[in-house]
Design a protein around this ligand. Structure first.
Ligand SMILES: [Zn+2]
Length: 272
């Protein structure tokens, strides 16, 4: 029998995570062992893909707008150039048709950059104002938090004072033991409530501070993005998710922008 010829690398299309898991990990591993020799070159190239420096900067954030699931990444070698594209070939829920959404890395980049420029030019003033006021806002939040904590602390110390007053009444014989015990238990409950309120307040403050700092980082990145070459780190700092439709629309959810941007795909310019 004549051995099958191997395709040369430039004809390869490597697809990652294209299928959802339908077998157990255990079975999967056993099968993998059996086919590992045959699959070695594909596995290797898959690892190379993940580690590749020329990886797509949008990896992990591109979703299919039909089934809402993450799209698979494909890498195609065309001559010396590597082309990345995303696709979804799942069957939509309750649908007989596959999603068939597909888009190249290049088209995403052109589309996202155009949306980014629009956002920046529309919001430049408010972003700048936010960045300038950042230190003040941070200080205000901190002061507000301290005020709340002081107030809770004050209420706790009132309870402690009451407790010694009650004890005195009991010792002096003004109160019966059961009255004292009942009131003491009541104070104890109130104190516990205040302690948990204090914990909540601290958590709220931490969360507020984290969000504030994150937004600050985001806006700083936004201004840098105008001149800087876009890389994975930058894209991750400004974009949450990108949804690709079957039609020509792309929905981009930028971080900290309330509304997603819905825009037309911008492909490569057609030369005439
Ligand atoms: Zn889909």
């Amino acid at each position: 029998m004549k051995p099958r010829e191997r395709l040369s690398e430039e004809h390869w299309i490597v697809t990652e995570n294209a299928h959802e898991a339908i077998i157990s990990m255990d079975t999967f591993e056993k099968v993998q062992e059996k086919i590992s020799e045959k699959a070695a070159p594909i596995k290797r190239s898959r690892e190379e893909n993940a580690a590749a420096k020329d990886d797509t900067i949008f990896r992990g954030m591109v979703y299919c707008n039909i089934c809402q699931k993450r799209m698979s990444v494909h890498r195609q070698l065309s001559g010396k150039r590597t082309v990345f594209y995303f696709s979804c070939n799942r069957f939509g829920e309750y649908k007989a048709e596959k999603c068939q959404a597909v888009i190249t890395d290049r088209t995403i980049q052109n589309t996202v950059k155009a949306a980014f420029d629009t956002i920046l030019s529309n919001n430049k003033k408010s972003y700048k104002a936010y960045l300038e006021g950042y230190a003040d806002i941070k200080r205000e939040i901190k002061q507000e938090n301290e005020k709340e904590l002081t107030e809770i602390g004050r209420r706790i110390s009132v309870l402690s004072r009451l407790q010694s007053e009650y004890y005195e009444k009991y010792v002096l014989g003004d109160w019966k033991k059961e009255d004292f015990e009942r009131e003491k238990e009541h104070l104890h409950q109130k104190k516990k409530e205040l302690e948990s309120l204090k914990e909540k307040q601290v958590a709220i403050f931490d969360e507020e501070k984290r969000r504030l700092e994150e937004k600050h980082q985001y806006l700083k990145a936004i201004f840098k993005g105008k001149s800087k070459k876009w890389n994975k780190e930058f894209v991750k700092a400004i974009i949450d998710k990108i949804f690709i439709g079957k039609d020509h629309t792309v929905e981009i959810k930028f971080k900290f922008e309330e509304m997603p941007v819905i825009t037309e795909k911008i492909g490569r310019k057609v030369k005439r």
